[in-house]
Design a protein around this ligand. Structure first.
Ligand SMILES: Cc1cc2nc3c(=O)[nH]c(=O)nc-3n(C[C@H](O)[C@H](O)[C@H](O)COP(=O)(O)OP(=O)(O)OC[C@H]3O[C@@H](n4cnc5c(N)ncnc54)[C@H](O)[C@@H]3O)c2cc1C
Length: 462
């Protein structure tokens, strides 16, 4: 949808990118009375990955007034998640609201063309000026984090170009991190060299009740996989593996074949999908996506959502960080625009946002690094069932899974406790399994306090 008003030469804020981060910034700033232009290169509805949302986004959904639209959508409520190893013989459930979930204890699994179109429409209805099919590039003066940004150059759909100036320019253009790359402040995360393959299917097993919308996260030897049920048997399925493992497997093959081969080796995913699935989209791939920028703010500029950092898809943190982070950015920007009568918004006026951003990334990245550790996976997915301490720790880990990451002091001590328990648990497992920690996904595995798994049907007894 193109807002009919002609593009002005100057706005209070220009936002590059009309995904969850850009539309949240545009919407909330427009609501506060600022003149805003949101520029989108594509046209909604457009495909995007990132379909499983987190309950702690409820606050920003309420501020945007979109909770009712989510609730009225056909998409499955997500009350929690299950985690398992490849074989799929003992899923471990994590339910955000326990037995009695209330508002704020669930999110949704949505198809992103629907979500992003809805957010775009809501931003425009709130007074943001939105233009699609238009690519923006930044007007930068200087280098590095000290550079100033005074607006954008637009490549308009009619083939002409236009310069638009603003007191603040926000890069919300996603993982490409346009401004971060231009300023040379974008750093790849050397600990995470992963890539993802994914597709949508129809005809998946429909599970009635509150667990029907649980997402599944399945640990496999080279990484992990996801199953995200939307509704009525539509499901998103993805496999995330090390770049090197993919490069090795794809030689003389296609990404589609590699995806199918990983799926075929993963009963936990196949069982959830059921026997009647058929693929409705191409198999898409994306890789080398883990990075962060040195700082998310500078003079006249800010980075919102993926443009500032992207860690890893595993705990579905992306849309939450994009939207909740943008809500926090807008609080700083609103104040700054009022306090500084004219001129560019200086970096120090957005310090609260920058600090909150660092805190949230710290929590999620620590949890994600842990996730790729075999000892941690084991403790997380095969906890001794009767330990009260483990159940307590698990309840606190649930807060992170739900997106409560802006106050690390509330959750990090529990994560440290789980890390310690993982070490102790792994020592016990090694003792019972001949001194080795069997590679993940290769049950049977004897775990302290859990009954020994039954022998596999058809397994060679010798
Ligand atoms: C494999 C994978 C799985 C994921 N799964 C999940 C999940 O389950 N849950 C979750 O929450 N997150 C998930 N994510 C993360 C999620 O995709 C992102 O965090 C989220 O989309 C970030 O929103 P954003 O608004 O910052 O960026 P985007 O959604 O990428 O939006 C950026 C927009 O900017 C536009 N744009 C780009 N360049 C320009 C330009 N020059 N001018 C104008 N516009 C431009 C793009 O067209 C796009 O519309 C996943 C990511 C990956 C890689």
């Amino acid at each position: 949808m193109l807002r009919p008003a002609p593009i002005q030469d100057h706005y209070d804020v220009v936002i590059v990118g009309g995904g969850p981060a850009g539309t949240t910034c545009g919407h909330l700033l427009a609501k506060k009375g600022w003149s805003v232009l949101v520029v989108e290169k594509a046209e909604h509805p457009r495909f995007q990955i990132g379909e499983s949302l987190l309950p702690f986004s409820t606050r920003v959904w309420d501020e945007l007034g979109v909770w009712d639209q989510l609730e009225a959508s056909p998409y499955a409520r997500k009350y929690g998640a299950w985690f398992d190893f490849q074989e799929g013989d003992a899923p471990e459930d994590f339910c955000f609201g326990g037995d009695n979930p209330g508002r704020g204890d669930w999110a949704w699994n949505v198809e992103r063309p629907w979500l992003d179109q809805m957010l775009w429409n809501a931003a425009v209805a709130a007074g943001a000026n939105g233009i699609q099919n238009t690519e923006a590039s930044f007007v930068v003066d200087g280098e590095g984090a000290q550079a100033t940004v005074s607006g954008v150059d637009l490549a308009l759909p009619d083939g002409t170009s236009k310069r638009v100036l603003a007191r603040l320019t926000i890069d919300a253009a996603g993982r490409g991190s346009l401004l971060g790359a231009r300023l040379q402040i974008r750093r790849p995360d050397p600990r995470l060299n992963m890539m993802a393959m994914y597709a949508h299917f129809t005809g998946a097993r429909v599970i009635e009740g509150d667990t029907g919308g649980f997402i599944g996260i399945i640990a496999i030897a080279d990484g992990w996989g996801w199953v995200i049920p939307f509704a009525d048997g539509a499901i998103s399925v993805g496999i995330v593996v090390r770049n090197t493992a993919f490069a090795e497997r794809v030689k003389g093959s296609t990404p589609e074949d590699v995806f199918s081969a990983y799926l075929a080796q993963t009963p936990a995913m196949l069982n959830r999908m059921g026997p009647d699935v058929s693929r409705t989209t191409q198999v898409r791939t994306t890789g080398n996506y883990s990075f962060r920028c040195d700082t998310p703010v500078g003079n006249g500029w800010a980075l919102a959502g993926d443009a500032g950092a992207f860690i890893d898809p595993v705990f579905s943190s992306g849309v939450h960080l994009a939207m909740e982070g943008s809500r926090r950015l807008v609080q700083d920007v609103d104040k700054a625009l009022r306090q500084e009568a004219s001129g560019l918004v200086p970096a120090h006026r957005m310090a609260r946002y920058a600090a909150a951003n660092v805190r949230a990334l710290k929590v999620f990245s620590r949890f994600i690094y842990d996730w790729y550790d075999d000892e941690f996976r084991l403790a997380f997915m095969r906890p001794p069932p009767k330990s009260r301490l483990v159940q307590l720790v698990k309840r606190h880990m649930l807060r992170i899974l739900a997106g409560d990451v802006y106050q690390p002091w509330r959750v990090l001590p529990w994560m440290w406790a789980l890390e310690m328990m993982a070490k102790m648990n792994a020592a016990g497992v090694r003792r019972l399994n001949g001194g080795v920690l069997p590679p993940p996904g290769h049950a049977p595995l004897v775990v302290p306090g859990r009954p020994a798994p039954p022998p596999k049907l058809g397994a060679d007894p010798g």
